[in-house]
Design a protein around this ligand. Structure first.
Ligand SMILES: [Zn+2]
Length: 80
């Protein structure tokens, strides 16, 4: 159950936070590995590129995501 602080604001407990995070993770894991078309054109064949996974972000500066062309199998990176 949420707790109220002195100002009357509802605050979740640490346990509720952990449960909510676990549910989020489970929801994301279902489609994390599913490639998603991203509206960008392949530099070699002009077909639509897809992100390799929703959650996969390379911690480069700037952050990037791996992308693949389903038509010609070109692989590259895009800004996240
Ligand atoms: Zn291509």
């Amino acid at each position: 159950m949420p707790k109220k602080n002195k100002a009357g604001k509802d605050l979740k407990t640490l346990e509720e936070h952990v449960i909510a995070k676990a549910k989020d993770d489970a929801d994301h894991n279902v489609d994390a590995a599913t490639p998603v078309l991203n509206g960008m054109a392949c530099p070699t064949c002009s077909e639509e590129l897809q992100d390799d996974g929703k959650l996969l972000v390379l911690m480069t500066v700037p952050p990037q995501r791996p992308v693949t062309c389903p038509a010609c199998k070109w692989k590259g990176l895009r800004r996240a």
